[in-house]
Design a protein around this ligand. Structure first.
Ligand SMILES: *[C@@H]1O[C@H](CO)[C@@H](O)[C@H](O)[C@H]1NC(C)=O
Ligand SMILES: *[C@@H]1O[C@H](CO)[C@@H](O)[C@H](O)[C@H]1NC(C)=O
Ligand SMILES: *[C@@H]1O[C@H](CO)[C@@H](O)[C@H](O)[C@H]1NC(C)=O
Ligand SMILES: *[C@@H]1O[C@H](CO)[C@@H](O)[C@H](O)[C@H]1NC(C)=O
Ligand SMILES: *[C@@H]1O[C@H](CO)[C@@H](O)[C@H](O)[C@H]1NC(C)=O
Ligand SMILES: *[C@@H]1O[C@H](CO)[C@@H](O)[C@H](O)[C@H]1NC(C)=O
Ligand SMILES: *[C@@H]1O[C@H](CO)[C@@H](O)[C@H](O)[C@H]1NC(C)=O
Ligand SMILES: *[C@@H]1O[C@H](CO)[C@@H](O)[C@H](O)[C@H]1NC(C)=O
Ligand SMILES: *[C@@H]1O[C@H](CO)[C@@H](O)[C@H](O)[C@H]1NC(C)=O
Ligand SMILES: *[C@@H]1O[C@H](CO)[C@@H](O)[C@H](O)[C@H]1NC(C)=O
Ligand SMILES: *[C@@H]1O[C@H](CO)[C@@H](O)[C@H](O)[C@H]1NC(C)=O
Ligand SMILES: *[C@@H]1O[C@H](CO)[C@@H](O)[C@H](O)[C@H]1NC(C)=O
Length: 573
């Protein structure tokens, strides 16, 4: 156990305050004894695997809440030392769970032995899993190191997004640099000769192909308690870079989740399974898994693993509109309080007018994304609710067009509303809820920002001629994104809101490392000696930045927010 291998001054200060809590946690970690056995209602569940009870995660018999981060690239680090150091550094900051990609599909075997790949999907639809040192042995080591550093791993099994670089854009990034360049659903569709994204959800052959991959991964780690949970897919939905057929609906995506969740549970009863979607709703839609009628008496004891469900009510249009009116009132009050210095911030998604708002419930609620969070959450094999928040790329709650709030304040509010809505709704299902990824692009990262559905950085300085430094500086700066201090404020606000509203886990997207081993042609290519990194020796590299990396001029502030949120959420257990 290396939990306190690197006690920082910061942690030491809190040790004094939180000693009883930490002592309990340590005792639990070392002896596997239940700290909160009193909550067990006589049942003893000392499983070392993460489980759920009464709407909470349970580890070693005790409630477990966490702050975590995303690092899709973790298995693509070149050396074992880098993997180990990365995970132990996370742990030192207070991170207890990391979310990473457990898939890495190629269409031909990479010549570069330093490139990580997990599965070859041939043009004729033959699947070959790579169990070599640049294959699943990388994932084996991630789990081994995570265990040693006391970090759990959420393993995602495929990705909705896999845009192919257009030859006209001259994308020279090595594969795995972008989180959407690890294969995924559209790779299966293309290689099996399909033409619509949703064939992945409906075609028997493709379903079987993905089940086969899932079987390999899940059985490999079925007895490994470092796996926090299986995530069926990142951001599954109808549309992607391969277009969906008009017949794709939320029920298509729900039905597929049910098939895969059952498949995983049939081979692994140790781990919990979650979806991995953004958390969109389909208000008023028919359900494949309707809510059970409310129990007659709120006093009756809950079914095993279920929080007492006193108000099983799906989200309705009426409720949404009422919430919106309420928010407008609050926002008006807020803006009357004076909000000078309005900073116009470019938005990737177009904002809507008041008239549109009144007539529509919005794409996050009308099922147009092909996601019905409530229906998915009610699948018996789905163990907890997961959602994401990327306000630069999706519209979640509607803009309060008349509120007079600054663009940044609206983004802050959008996050608060999305978090509280998700927390409230999940409570009716008696399952825990985690925000598995959130991020906001700051100006400093705008040039590197690449949307998940794209391979192009829309705000990059003209990279075709890097010698024109004069223009590249100016264009890269003020066009898109919040300031660094606004991002810090937003992260802090959302972490706080998540903890207060009872989320069991909150995960920033995404972690970053610098000064790790480089290998040419990989996602950890040697740093170019550009402006800021002139001190880097050749042979070192930084983790990829898609606009959200924690590595920037503000890293220490961001780490410190994560660190204190981690202590705060643990104290809430
Ligand atoms: C599929 O393609 C691979 C090479 O890409 C080949 O080795 C294999 O024999 C093919 N399988 C079938 C069934 O055609
Ligand atoms: C990889 O898989 C093959 C085929 O299943 C097996 O023969 C081989 O022993 C495995 N190698 C390792 C290192 O696991
Ligand atoms: C892409 O690269 C080729 C060869 O280097 C070059 O001729 C072409 O102009 C480039 N295209 C763009 C859009 O930069
Ligand atoms: C499913 O995919 C397979 C393999 O690409 C194809 O042969 C088959 O026609 C598809 N089935 C349907 C119903 O589209
Ligand atoms: C899935 O695995 C089974 C058993 O190994 C095999 O028969 C089947 O062909 C595989 N399906 C696909 C689509 O690869
Ligand atoms: C990506 O998504 C954004 C926001 O939804 C949309 O405006 C854009 O057209 C999409 N781009 C591609 C290439 O699909
Ligand atoms: C550099 O930028 C300036 C100002 O935008 C522009 O006039 C000039 O053509 C650029 N030079 C090159 C070589 O692209
Ligand atoms: C461009 O940016 C770098 C790093 O931020 C800075 O050192 C340099 O002075 C800037 N150049 C101009 C012309 O603004
Ligand atoms: C441009 O970026 C630099 C470095 O990140 C920053 O110091 C400067 O304040 C920015 N300029 C504007 C106008 O935002
Ligand atoms: C990078 O790592 C090497 C080896 O661990 C170390 O000697 C060096 O000081 C580090 N450089 C920086 C800039 O952190
Ligand atoms: C793989 O990476 C290591 C470490 O950077 C390097 O020494 C080795 O030459 C690389 N191998 C290839 C084939 O590039
Ligand atoms: C990198 O730095 C070295 C030494 O400072 C210099 O000779 C070389 O030209 C630089 N390369 C680039 C691409 O700027």
């Amino acid at each position: 156990m290396t939990r306190l291998q690197f006690p920082s001054l910061f942690l030491m200060q809190f040790l004094a305050i939180l000693w009883p809590v930490l002592l309990g946690t340590l005792f639990t970690a070392v002896h596997g004894a239940p700290r909160s056995a009193r909550r067990n209602n006589g049942q003893t569940n000392l499983s070392q695997f993460v489980s759920t009870r009464d709407g909470q995660f349970i580890v070693n018999g005790s409630e477990f809440k966490f702050v975590g981060v995303n690092a899709p690239w973790l298995p693509t680090l070149i050396t074992k030392d880098d993997i180990k150091n990365t995970l132990c550094n996370m742990s030192q900051v207070g991170i207890k769970v990391v979310r990473t990609w457990g898939f890495n599909d190629v269409t031909e075997i990479p010549e570069n032995e330093n490139q990580t790949w997990f599965q070859l999907i041939d043009k004729n639809g033959t699947l070959t899993v790579n169990n070599g040192t640049n294959g699943l042995q990388k994932l084996d080591f991630v789990l081994k190191a995570a265990h040693e550093c006391n970090v759990f791993v959420i393993i995602s099994l495929t990705n909705n997004w896999n845009p192919v670089a257009n030859s006209s854009t001259n994308d020279t990034r090595p594969r795995n640099t972008l989180s959407n360049d690890y294969g995924g659903m559209d790779t299966y569709v293309r290689q099996f000769g399909g033409c619509k994204h949703d064939e992945f959800y409906t075609n028997k052959t493709l379903i079987e192909a993905f089940e086969n991959y899932t079987t390999q991964i899940v059985t490999r780690y079925v007895n490994n308690p470092t796996v926090f949970s299986w995530e069926i897919a990142n951001d599954a939905r109808c549309n992607s870079s391969v277009a969906a057929s008009p017949s794709c609906t939320a029920q298509t995506v729900t039905g597929w989740h049910s098939i895969i969740a059952q498949h995983i549970k049939s081979i692994d009863s140790n781990h919990i399974v979650a979806s991995g979607t953004q958390g969109f709703f389909c208000v008023g839609c028919p359900k494949l898994f309707p809510l059970q009628p409310t129990a007659p008496s709120p006093q009756t004891s809950a079914a095993p693993g279920q929080r007492r469900a006193t108000k099983s009510q799906p989200l309705t249009k009426r409720k949404l509109i009422m919430r919106r009116e309420e928010r407008r009132r609050k926002n008006r009050a807020l803006s009357d309080g004076g909000s000078s210095g309005v900073r116009v911030r470019g938005r990737w998604v177009a904002s809507r007018t008041r008239r549109q708002e009144e007539n529509e419930i919005g794409t996050a609620f009308d099922g147009s994304a092909g996601v019905d969070t409530e229906d998915i959450l009610n699948i018996p094999e789905i163990g907890y609710s997961s959602f994401q928040f990327f306000p630069d790329q999706n519209t979640y709650t509607q803009d309060a067009a008349d509120s007079g709030l600054s663009s940044f304040q609206k983004t802050l509010q959008e996050g608060l509303e999305w978090i509280s809505l998700q927390a409230e709704l999940s409570a009716t299902f008696g399952k825990p809820i985690a925000l598995t990824a959130f991020g906001l692009v700051s100006q400093e990262h705008a040039p590197d920002f690449v949307p998940f559905n794209s391979t192009v950085a829309p705000f990059a300085a003209d990279s075709s001629n890097s010698s024109n430094t004069t223009t590249s500086n100016e264009t890269s700066n003020s066009t898109f994104g919040v300031t660094s201090s606004e991002r810090t404020q937003a992260y802090s606000t959302w972490l706080d809101a998540g903890i207060t509203s009872g989320l069991a886990g909150i995960m920033q997207y995404q972690w970053g490392v610098s000064n790790v081993t480089a290998a040419a042609g990989t996602s950890f290519s040697p740093n170019e000696n550009s402006t800021s990194s002139s001190s880097d020796e050749t042979g070192t590299s930084s983790s990829p930045d898609d606009g959200y990396s924690i590595i920037d001029s503000n890293t220490e502030d961001t780490e410190s927010i994560i660190s204190s949120a981690s202590l705060q959420i643990a104290a809430d257990e």
